[in-house]
Design a protein around this ligand. Structure first.
Ligand SMILES: NC(=O)c1ccc[n+]([C@@H]2O[C@H](COP(=O)([O-])OP(=O)(O)OC[C@H]3O[C@@H](n4cnc5c(N)ncnc54)[C@H](O)[C@@H]3O)[C@@H](O)[C@H]2O)c1
Length: 251
């Protein structure tokens, strides 16, 4: 089951999985087997109910995100509801896997109160606090906060009895700038493109990356070949995170 299957990274992932013989249930706002708006509680519930009709599933790939509105609602609460809501269907399979798509934007400084409200599951408070924050309340700020909270939720959940204990690998893929409609606002304006590339260079593979490259990473983490990797934030970003963070984690 792939959310965000109609475009960009989700579409590339869906295509790759189908090419490899998988039966894929896509979910998106339109042009998908399941149409659901993951920015709303009703949409999330509808997704879970519709997937349930298909029975147990091998992998849940929470790719849907980006956007200019509903940043916390889709990128954090929609993704977590997808993963949590479908976990019981995963637990019935022999090699279940889950992957969430985050972003290198998660590396940006974030309002800790908003992140905490996300992790507490308090959507109303998180959205309210984000709106109150003059520095972190903008589009770019809200997006990074949502992805940071998602990374932290995965780090907490992955090693628990519900996930690792049930044999379910749960990982994050964090892309750098990738050539999809979501990144068009960066890629089509030469000045913005140059500024972003200079601030966050991608020395391996280039700027922008291709959605198919991210799809390959997601598909491996979601495959039965992944026997031992869980709880990881895997940056698929041409070296952008390594260039920005260096050896900080290891000091
Ligand atoms: N393209 C990039 O440079 C980049 C970089 C880092 C992370 N990402 C992340 O990758 C993921 C995929 O983005 P993309 O680049 O393929 O963009 P995209 O716009 O091509 O695809 C995103 C898909 O998600 C769907 N979607 C958005 N909001 C939704 C909602 N509320 N309910 C259901 N579906 C919804 C859209 O309809 C769209 O089909 C996102 O989570 C995004 O944040 C993208």
């Amino acid at each position: 089951m792939v959310t965000g299957s109609a475009s960009g990274i989700g579409a590339a992932t869906t295509a790759l999985l189908r090419e490899r013989g998988a039966e894929v249930i896509g979910c998106d706002l339109a042009d998908a087997e399941i149409r659901a708006d993951l920015s709303t509680p009703d949409g999330r519930l509808s997704l879970i109910e519709q997937v349930r009709e298909h029975g147990p599933i091998d992998a849940v790939l929470a790719v849907a995100g980006g956007g200019k509105t509903g940043l916390l609602e889709t990128n954090y609460f929609g993704a977590v509801a997808t993963l949590e809501g479908l976990r019981p269907l995963l637990a019935q399979r022999t090699a279940p896997r889950a992957v969430a798509v985050s972003s290198t934007s998660a590396l940006a400084p974030a309002n800790e109160q908003v992140v905490q409200a996300c992790l507490d599951g308090d959507e109303a408070a998180a959205v309210h606090l984000l709106g109150q924050d003059p520095s972190g309340g903008g589009v770019a700020g809200g997006y990074g906060v949502a992805k940071r909270a998602l990374n932290r939720w995965v780090r907490r959940a992955a090693p628990t009895a519900e996930w690792a204990g049930a044999g379910i690998a749960l990982n994050v893929v964090a892309p750098g700038v990738v050539d999809t409609p979501a990144a068009a606002y960066i890629l089509t304006d030469p000045e913005v493109r140059k500024a972003v590339e200079t601030a966050a260079p991608q020395p391996f593979g280039g700027f922008p990356g291709r959605p198919e490259w991210i799809a390959e990473t997601i598909c491996w983490l979601a495959s039965a070949d992944n026997r031992f990797v869980t709880g990881q934030i895997l940056f698929a970003d041409g070296g952008s995170e390594a260039a920005a963070v260096g050896d900080l984690h290891w000091q």
